[in-house]
Design a protein around this ligand. Sequence first.
Ligand SMILES: CC(C)(COP(=O)(O)OP(=O)(O)OC[C@H]1O[C@@H](n2cnc3c(N)ncnc32)[C@H](O)[C@@H]1OP(=O)(O)O)[C@@H](O)C(=O)NCCC(=O)NCCS
Length: 248
Amino acid sequence: MTAERNDIQLWLMQVEAPLPALLARWRICLDEQECARADRFYFDVDREIYIAAHWLLRYALSRAAPLAPEAWQFTTERYGKPSIAPALSSLGVTFNLSHTKGLVACAVGHGIEMGVDVERIAPERAELDIAERYFSADEVALMRAAPLAQRTQTFFRFWTLKEALIKATGEGLNRALDSFSFSFNPTAVRFHPDDPTEAARWRFIEDQPTPNHALAMAIRSGPPQTVVSVSRVHIENGEMTILEGTVR
Ligand SMILES: CC(C)(COP(=O)(O)OP(=O)(O)OC[C@H]1O[C@@H](n2cnc3c(N)ncnc32)[C@H](O)[C@@H]1OP(=O)(O)O)[C@@H](O)C(=O)NCCC(=O)NCCS
């Protein structure tokens, strides 16, 4: 299946202690730079998720454009956002990658500015003092107002949405995290200072792909008919199965 123009393919892969044979199969697709980065991780678990993520990225790109997984080349934008190398830019593919303990997510589209973030839901991180450090005053107020039982979920919704937005723009942490605020029902952003025209260009998708993970995607100015399809790579007994396409 090839991603339709204007559509986004979101790939998800749960990764728990992959077998060495599978890791070796993934690693063979990575370039020299990726292998060198993989080798620098101190903990196996970090190296494994990195290798899994970069294999999934290459696999997902190859499903969207006619190039072998190992043939993709990358460059880095001003604030560190990876993108396709100029030599391959005529393919028009854009992507964003996120990985956290146990899960990799990769979004691929054609010319669409987007960001994706996945986080492991850890109640001990969902504290008000952490929110006060990173979130805007409006977001902190919404967190305080949320019933205690929903505080963790609210925290990780804000966290993943904020990360997805700064990853979509490519600014990363060069953008102040309190320079924009999210609100819910429907999920929307407001910039500070206010810029309703820019805010209206953004669309957000949220999901809880596993009981322990939160996900958000930020998509800028996709045509209204942009469809996000979700595919999962399922791993069992060292074998991978591709489960195609829930449409969001
Ligand atoms: C680097 C950053 C863009 C994302 O970091 P993260 O959420 O920890 O990590 P993710 O797994 O979601 O994303 C990492 C991937 O994003 C991509 N990436 C790196 N810099 C990026 C940028 N400026 N813009 C978009 N994508 C970027 C890379 O593919 C990277 O994977 P790689 O290192 O294996 O190549 C940045 O936002 C950051 O450092 N965040 C730290 C978390 C934090 O303090 N958040 C505050 C609470 S909201």
